[in-house]
Design a protein around this ligand. Structure first.
Ligand code: CP3
Length: 368
């Protein structure tokens, strides 16, 4: 492997700004992200579109693989809207994946049934040099079309949330070649090839910024950055691998679409969350289920929080779910707050549990 002497970063991508959507009707989710508390807390659920829904499985079966589903606007738009029809959350999240970015940059990305993502790992400087972030906007044009289709169909009081993976989390998949338990490959690579790692993070910052700005220009009204594997980063590398790339994306997006709120969801970083908020410039923070209510309320003094019912309660359903959700609401709904899960809905979750939870939260607006 020869990673040294790598300086090649990125060429800016040209693009045509389009009309930005401005909501005619007030939206509880966007209000909460701007720091307001409304008649009831807004809610949406991570992975609200997905395999636990029979109507998702039906469309998924018609597609020629998961990425084909992401890149077929009519289908991706229908899948985005399925949970809205069923549960009427306050936000729809664009149906796509964090791994469309490496796919757009030219890495081979596949999803195998029951096994998760499989990527041809980046293992050399030549592999890295073959990646081209300037391809992002062309390659992901179908995703922007999905955003337009969804926005045209969504009721005015349901916001459209765009998203991307944060560079570190996407880099873990690119280097490990898929999901990992210990992140030894990517961590070893960062240690022994720091300039290559910096170059790849730079490419990801550029591609992700372009991707998110284009989502907003197509109609996304808020954005979420998923840093699912921030938990694996040693404290000594936190600034380089998590804070700095995130801050660069936030700055880049806000320079071009200043009014769009950005939610940062960095999992498993516990006590470092306050620094993460302050140093990245995100507008709101997603909480995993290790965050205590005391910590969450302290964070609420800095910015709106989103979370954090453990998805295991949704899988279990019934009175334990109801009690746990009420506890989250009792503890956090007095401040700026978006009800959500601490992580995505598990694929074996009965959708009746999701219906019951949605109803429970909506009832908070009826004087509960
Ligand atoms: O409803 C939504 O939340 C929107 C769509 C969405 C998907 N993935 C669809 C998807 C979002 C926001 C994501 C984010 C994502 N993707 C993350 C960050 C959040 C998290 O879950 O930690 C990560 C790490 C990925 C990468 C990824 N995509 C993995 C590890 C897997 C396989 C694991 C799994 O759950 O199967 C995917 C596949 C994937 N992305 C599916 C869905 C609905 C299932 C694939 C299928 O239908 O065959």
């Amino acid at each position: 492997m020869r990673w040294n002497n790598l300086t090649g970063i990125v060429t800016p991508v040209e693009h045509q700004p389009e009309r930005q959507f401005s909501p005619a009707v007030s939206n509880l989710f966007l209000d909460a992200l701007s720091g307001q508390t409304g008649p009831r807390p807004p809610f949406w659920f991570m992975r609200q579109a997905g395999r636990y829904l029979p109507e998702y499985r039906e469309i998924r079966a018609q597609a020629d693989g998961f990425l084909d589903l992401c890149y077929t606007p009519e289908r991706a738009a229908r899948v985005t809207l399925q949970p809205i029809d069923r549960f009427r959350p306050d936000a729809a999240i664009l149906f796509s994946d964090i791994l469309v970015i490496p796919d757009a940059m030219g890495q081979e990305v596949g999803f195998s049934e029951g096994f998760g993502p499989v990527l041809t790992p980046v293992t050399s400087q030549a592999d890295l040099e073959r990646l081209d972030p300037a391809r992002t906007l062309d390659h992901l044009a179908p995703v922007f079309e999905t955003v337009r289709l969804v926005r045209a169909e969504l009721p005015d009081d349901v916001a459209l949330l765009g998203f991307a993976g944060a560079p570190w989390t996407v880099a873990t998949y690119m280097i490990e070649g898929g999901s990992s338990r210990d992140f030894n490959q990517v961590k070893g690579w960062v240690i022994s090839e720091p300039s290559a790692a910096a170059a790849m993070l730079g490419m990801l910052v550029e591609a992700t910024t372009e991707y998110l700005v284009a989502q907003v220009e197509a109609g996304a009204q808020a954005l979420q950055l998923f840093d699912t594997w921030a938990s694996a980063v040693p404290a000594s590398s936190f600034e380089t691998l998590v804070i700095s790339p995130t801050r660069q994306i936030v700055d880049g997006v806000k320079a071009r679409t200043p009014d769009v709120p950005i939610i940062g969801f960095a999992r498993g970083i516990g006590p470092r969350l306050a620094d993460y908020v302050r140093e990245t410039g995100i507008d709101a923070v997603g909480l995993d289920s290790a965050i205590t209510f005391d910590q969450a309320r302290e964070l609420q003094d800095i910015c709106p929080v989103q979370g954090n019912l453990d998805p295991a309660y949704l899988l279990a359903g019934g009175p334990p779910m109801e009690a746990a959700a009420n506890q989250v609401l009792d503890q956090l709904a007095d401040g700026p707050f978006v009800f959500n899960l601490a992580h995505g809905i598990h694929k074996d979750t009965p959708f009746a549990h999701v219906e019951a939870l949605a109803e429970q939260i909506r009832d908070r607006g009826a004087g509960a």
